[in-house]
Design a protein around this ligand. Structure first.
Ligand code: HEC
Ligand code: HEC
Ligand code: HEC
Ligand code: HEC
Length: 201
């Protein structure tokens, strides 16, 4: 009886965690017939990685060379730059210019992300690759201070959602599905909870 209870307890504890994985998500390419049965390999390699992009962890995928059209508006206070760091890695598949199976030195792939994805024009997407700090929050007036504002993940906006002090794709998404939310979100956006983490509206 004791043992059965222990097993039950382990199932209850381990069960939900085992779903929060990359396996079976949109980023699991192990069953694609691209010459790999591995999950990490389309994006990472333990050796001979491309170290040319800052903040690229052992990167194995061909990277985009697109010059993007950036988000602009009359009310934005941030200075939005060309996608950099990890956002550039995302866009190396999500801008549709680099074949998905172009990794490990392959440059002749033929499978591209659908044209309905982000593309090379980011004017219709939430701005990324800009500094979000106390000064920006003060200038804007409608943002929480990232140094003191907290998130549902338990820390400050700066610690939980910013990379360096920048807002990137990975501010809102977790590429490895760590949090097991729809659209690989870090914070579920029911009742716009993700948006309201940063925007004081
Ligand atoms: C679809 C591409 C993709 C796949 C597949 C992928 N990763 Fe990543 N990984 C990234 C990107 C992009 C980053 C950097 C941005 C970030 O951390 O969000 C990253 C960051 C990391 C990091 C450093 C930061 C962190 O989160 O700890 C580690 C470690 C890592 N990945 C391990 C793995 C392992 C292990 C696998 C396979 C089980 C894997 N990744 C599969 C894209 C991928
Ligand atoms: C190796 C190519 C590749 C890389 C690198 C990559 N993705 Fe993806 N991603 C895909 C593909 C293919 C899909 C599935 C098709 C689609 O949704 O457009 C996808 C789907 C997604 C989805 C939708 C998931 C869903 O369940 O609806 C999100 C969100 C996403 N990616 C975000 C990111 C972010 C953020 C990064 C970088 C941190 C990233 N991706 C890096 C190829 C990639
Ligand atoms: C400010 C938060 C935020 C940022 C930054 C962000 N996303 Fe998203 N993304 C979302 C939300 C929220 C959704 C879900 C949209 C929905 O369900 O209507 C989403 C959905 C997606 C999807 C699923 C398809 C779609 O259009 O609904 C993909 C792919 C994606 N994002 C990729 C990216 C990539 C790549 C970047 C960086 C270039 C990025 N996102 C930056 C919040 C963000
Ligand atoms: C990680 C923090 C963060 C999250 C999460 C976030 N935003 Fe933002 N968002 C910002 C910052 C910072 C700016 C830049 C504001 C500025 O400079 O005026 C911005 C800009 C915007 C803008 C453009 C404002 C303008 O003046 O043109 C809109 C609209 C917006 N966000 C809506 C959303 C929505 C909707 C969501 C949820 C899907 C969301 N944001 C999630 C931080 C965030």
């Amino acid at each position: 009886m004791k043992n059965q209870l222990l097993v039950l307890a382990i199932i209850i504890i381990v069960g939900p965690l085992s779903f929060s994985q990359i396996t079976g998500t949109a980023h699991d390419f192990s069953g694609q017939g691209w010459g790999t049965t591995e999950i990490c390999q389309p994006c990472h390699t333990p050796h001979n990685a491309d170290a040319s992009i800052a903040d690229a962890p052992l990167w194995n995928h061909e990277t985009t060379t697109t010059v993007f059209t950036l988000y602009t508006s009359s009310t934005i206070d941030a200075t939005v730059g060309q996608p950099d760091a990890s956002s550039k890695l995302c866009l190396s598949c999500h801008d549709g210019t680099v074949a998905l199976e172009n990794f490990g030195g392959t440059t002749t792939g033929t499978n591209f992300i659908s044209t309905g994805d982000l593309g090379t024009t980011l004017t219709d997407d939430h701005p990324i690759s800009f500094t979000y700090n106390t000064a920006l929050a003060t200038a804007d007036g409608g943002l929480f201070d990232p140094a003191t504002g907290t998130t549902a993940l338990g820390g400050t906006i700066a610690n939980d959602l910013l990379i360096g002090d920048k807002l990137q794709c990975s501010s809102c998404h977790d590429v490895h599905n760590e949090y097991n939310n729809t659209s690989l979100l870090k914070i579920d956006n029911d009742a716009s909870a993700l948006c309201l983490t940063c925007h004081d509206k």
